[in-house]
Write a new protein. Structure first.
Length: 266
């Protein structure tokens, strides 16, 4: 008899505990959301400051340096072609051009966009178009496979690697065409940077840094090059490392896998 009156009390107590648990979960969620918003806001402020510095350097230092180079070229053209002074000035101008190109590269590195989700391909296309305008070399981008969202920090690492490879192709390959191919595979995400330039006898500039970044993604960077036949840089990153959501093979991949297993049995 005495157990019946306790039942509503137990139900109320259980309901109260459930409400407290929901409140605690909600508070935890709000706290995490605020932390994410603060981190994202700090990231945007940092990128805005870097953009401001990059713009200032481009509009003052690099533009002034470009003007000085043009003035020295004008002085050089007034000298006799076989003059030792003209040879010295032209050598200095060649070095100045290299410094100017390096300055542009550093400014390009400062202008790191916010790479998140599925905008990696747009960010890479934008940098390819920018380099095409600066170097007057044709650029083409190809995307294969079903595009998948890339994790934010992984996307930034991939962007930095591909940016370096693209810059090397435009700046050093003496190419007429540069192609960027993104392959969204289920097992791996692959990036190919190809050019039809002079090829390489030495490893490309920044290769060690590119491989170090790829290593943090459990990925690899390989370089294939032939004299007068161009260069290809290949970035390979496991899909489970860089994709936001697990990749599910499509019907085509499942069919090929089934055919492969069938062939093995035969």
């Amino acid at each position: 008899m005495s157990s019946f009156p306790q039942t509503p009390l137990l139900l109320m107590l259980g309901l109260l505990l459930a409400c407290l648990a929901c409140v605690a979960l909600l508070a935890t969620f709000v706290l995490c959301l605020r932390r994410v918003r603060r981190a994202y806001g700090a990231r945007l402020r940092l990128l805005a400051e870097r953009e401001r510095v990059a713009t200032g350097l481009h509009d003052t230092l690099l533009q002034s340096m470009q003007g000085m180079i043009l003035r020295f070229q004008g002085v050089s053209h007034r000298l006799a072609a076989d003059s030792p002074e003209r040879a010295t000035i032209e050598h200095i101008l060649d070095q100045a051009d290299e410094v100017l190109a390096e300055g542009r590269h550093q400014i390009l590195a400062l202008r790191m966009p916010v790479v998140y989700g599925d905008n990696l391909s747009q960010a890479l296309a934008a940098i390819g178009q920018s380099l095409q305008e600066n170097f007057d070399t044709r650029f083409r981008m190809v995307v294969s496979g079903e595009q998948a969202a890339i994790k934010g920090d992984r996307g930034e690492e991939i962007y930095a690697i591909v940016r370096e490879a693209l810059y090397n192709a435009f700046q050093h390959a003496q190419a007429g065409n540069v192609e960027l191919e993104l392959v969204y595979g289920c097992e791996f995400f692959l990036v190919y940077v190809r050019d039809d330039g002079k090829g390489m006898e030495q490893p490309p500039r920044g290769l060690a840094g590119m491989r170090e970044r790829a290593g943090r993604l459990a990925g690899t960077v390989d370089v294939l090059s032939l004299p007068e036949h161009g260069t290809e840089v290949i970035l390979k990153v496991p899909g489970q490392i860089c994709y936001q959501a697990p990749c599910r093979p499509g019907m085509r991949h499942r069919l090929l896998g089934w055919l492969g297993r069938t062939g093995t049995r035969d």
